[in-house]
Design a binder for this molecule. Structure first.
Ligand code: SF4
Length: 271
């Protein structure tokens, strides 16, 4: 069964990797870390090891077992391009996305340079697939904007920005070659504020060049109270999705078993 999610811009999450480490100010109140650390030491729980980085080969083939098309957020609890994830495993994740092509995948990273380099090399086939969307997180000018340049330099068929948590006015955003922009404020304990004019500026820039715009949330300590309306409007635009046929159950199961067998051999997380 798919891992359903409350994230507004996707249907399901898929985590063939768990855990991560902080890299920039957007990570300060990482939801995934907060969630994972609650279960550190709980025997048998998926997050028994807290937020420590590790691959999860038994989850690798999961999308092949889902027989209805979904939008799938890849590694909501990690970062596929973390330096500790072996390239061979990243390639296996990409191969599953190419095989289970009736879904739409949303791959989001803060390690944009590694993503760019791999999309030019071993992930070239996946880069060209329109059902796989490649995105970077953008929280501020210093760390976030350079990630957009990396994304634009990658040979991806569909590129997107997740501007969340938006921590300051970003000024002019380079939108050439970008197919989708998501904006959101931080939520949960200690949430940093987001100003309306910062969001309006991004919306106007998207509308000026016809880039679909999705306003996810205002956020805040109690995000439910603040909703996702911007000047009285809800913005829920997406890029156009590709519809590919679903493989037969027999072929899907055979393929899933092959991926799982391959993944269980010789996979090690680098220290
Ligand atoms: S990159 Fe993402 S998952 Fe990793 S620590 Fe930062 S916010 Fe959390």
């Amino acid at each position: 069964m798919a891992s359903l999610t409350k994230i507004e811009w996707t249907d399901a999450t898929w985590n063939p990797i768990r855990g991560c480490s902080k890299i920039s100010p957007g990570c300060k109140h990482c939801y995934a870390e907060r969630f994972a650390e609650r279960f550190r030491g709980v025997k048998g729980h998926p997050f028994e090891q807290g937020f420590d980085l590790r691959i999860v080969p038994e989850k690798l083939a999961e999308p092949l077992r889902w027989n209805t098309p979904k939008m799938v957020f890849v590694n909501s609890m990690s970062d596929l391009f973390h330096g500790g994830v072996p390239q061979s495993y990243i390639s296996q994740v990409a191969s599953v996305m190419c095989a289970a092509r009736w879904h739409t995948y949303q791959v989001l990273t803060k390690r944009s340079a590694r993503m760019r380099d791999l999309l030019h090399g071993p992930l070239q086939e996946a880069a060209g697939e329109s059902h796989i969307w490649w995105g970077v997180s953008v929280e501020d000018k210093k760390y976030g904007l350079p990630r957009i340049s990396d994304l634009q330099a990658a040979p991806a068929s569909v590129r997107f920005l997740s501007i969340e948590p938006l921590l300051e006015d970003l000024g002019t955003i380079p939108l050439e070659g970008i197919s989708w922009v998501i904006v959101g404020g931080e939520s949960g304990p200690g949430a940093r504020p987001m100003r309306e004019e910062w969001v309006i500026s991004i919306r106007e820039q998207c509308q000026a060049v016809g880039v679909p715009f999705f306003f996810k949330q205002w956020g805040g300590v109690r995000k439910k109270n603040n909703g996702r309306s911007l000047q009285g409007e809800t913005h829920s635009e997406f890029p156009t999705r590709t519809h590919n046929p679903i493989l037969s159950a027999v072929v899907r199961m055979e393929s899933a078993c092959e991926f799982e067998r391959a993944a269980s051999i010789n996979i090690r997380i680098r220290a």
